[in-house]
Write a protein that binds this ligand. Structure first.
Ligand SMILES: [Zn+2]
Length: 460
């Protein structure tokens, strides 16, 4: 009798507890959860509760089950759950030029191959089809946010939104006539229309992207920075990428690129500078003073033999540093796992110091570091209550990943993009168990192949 009563009481308590549970859209449960919060907290096992666009709570599976009733559950036992990777520098549609011209230095590559190929083939169609292909590759390899600079950026924005990816998307400004603008003034007007069209979008942050200091004159650089400030949007530039760029700046302006850009009032608190390889200690002080976000692109920098950015110095100085792949024509893929691995190896190699950029440091660059570089650390980069639900589930079951002692080591040193099982952005499941939900994989690849025949014809 006593036992029966106790059982009845227990049942009543359970029902009451269940009735008190909040209904949410989704829970990812059972995996090892790398929060990437300030304490680098790891829950094993853990659970992430998601509703709408946001993370509601991160906790143990028991704690989450006690408080929430989820409409949908993603089982992640044996997998690793972490914030989606942030690619801080790419040119998404350039996947269409993948493998078209390799084994060249930056200036030759740009002036003899890429700029001419682009002059003949860049169109809204190429940008749209290329961005869909890039989005497919990014979703399949665990990238949830990408920073971009290209032409017809509104097509990139529409394709990113369609695919469900988050983007900081910069309309390119360049001094010479290009497919979407005859003059820099045309480019700036186009950039302003683009900013106005997308500035309230939940996924896209529009930006203005003056290509570089060697492809724009002073007036265009200043006007680009002013446009960014006027609308409170990011300004993105290629910066100190080659020794050639530094030599040019010293000859023409008697200053380093960092000092020159400071002298014309270009730097602002919402600037993202890609590459940042050839800098002096004084330049690092300038970048830090202006709160510039930097994008480190180890694979592109090695492939074009541009050099190696002083990653350890930037981190020691507290400069906001993220990681990027650069466009697929100079990488040649968009796999951020490979970018993490190469970033770590390159840092060790150039400093002759194996403790330079350890696995945790490389993972930080691709998550929290990228969020800081994009000035978005309040919204993305770690798994915490109130942040956007941008996360990935990575399988750790392959021969390559066995045995598993340390998930951070594996994510940086053995994992490949193909190991990502599930990709979630803004609370929406974009890929589940390798099935991409937002793009038709076959159509995207067939369209790209059809267009590639035209590109091949044009550059022959
Ligand atoms: Zn680039």
């Amino acid at each position: 009798m006593k036992g029966l009563l106790a059982a009845a009481v227990a049942t009543i308590i359970t029902i009451a507890a269940q009735q008190g549970r909040r209904t949410i859209a989704l829970v990812v449960v059972g995996g090892t959860v790398l929060t990437q919060n300030a304490a680098h907290e790891i829950l094993s096992p853990g659970a992430v509760a998601i509703d709408g666009t946001d993370i509601v709570e991160v906790g143990t599976p028991e704690a989450i089950a006690a408080r929430y009733r989820a409409t949908d559950t993603i089982e992640a036992r044996g997998d690793v759950v972490l914030p989606g990777l942030i690619n801080t520098h790419t040119h998404a549609p350039m996947v269409m030029y993948r493998g078209l011209a390799d084994d060249l230095a930056l200036m030759d590559w740009l002036q003899k191959y890429i700029f001419p190929a682009e002059a003949k083939t860049v169109s809204p169609e190429l940008v749209r089809i290329g961005t869909r292909l890039a989005a497919l590759e990014m979703i399949e390899s665990g990238t949830t946010t990408f920073a971009d600079m290209y032409y017809f950026e509104e097509e990139i924005a529409k394709a990113a939104i369609e695919a469900g990816l988050r983007g900081v998307l910069g309309q390119t400004i360049i001094q010479f006539p290009v497919a979407d603008a005859r003059t820099p003034a045309d480019g700036l007007a186009r950039a302003e229309r683009f900013i106005e069209e997308f500035k309230d979008n939940g996924l896209v942050v529009p930006a203005v992207a003056p290509h570089a200091l060697y492809t724009n004159d002073r007036a265009t650089l200043v006007a680009s920075a002013e446009l960014g400030r006027k609308h409170g949007v990011p300004v993105i530039i290629h910066f100190a990428e080659t020794e050639e760029e530094v030599r040019l700046a010293r000859e023409k302006f008697n200053a380093t690129p960092a000092a020159y850009l400071e002298s014309i009032g270009f730097w602002g608190p919402n600037t993202l500078a890609a590459h940042a390889i050839w800098v002096t200690d004084d330049d690092i002080t300038i970048l830090k003073r202006h709160g510039i976000g930097l994008s480190h692109n180890p694979e592109s920098n090695m492939k074009l033999a541009s050099g190696a950015a002083p990653v350890s110095k930037y981190l020691a100085a507290g400069v906001a540093l993220g990681l990027g792949t650069d466009g697929a024509a100079s990488n040649n893929d968009l796999d951020m796992f490979e970018a993490m691995r190469q970033a770590s190896f390159l840092a060790k190699h150039v400093t002759k110091n194996p403790t330079a950029l350890p696995a945790r440091g490389a993972l930080d660059l691709a998550t929290v570091g990228g969020a800081r570089a994009l000035h978005m650390e309040q919204r993305i980069g770690s798994l915490a209550t109130g942040k956007r639900a941008d996360l990935i589930v990575v399988s750790m079951r392959s021969a390559r990943q066995t045995p598993l002692y340390d998930p951070v080591s594996h994510l940086v040193y053995t994992t490949r993009g193909d190991d990502v099982r599930t990709t979630i952005v803004n609370g929406r499941v974009l890929m589940r168990d390798r099935q991409v939900k937002t793009l038709n994989r076959d159509t995207v690849i067939a369209d790209a192949n059809r267009l590639a025949a035209k590109v091949r014809e044009a550059v022959r």
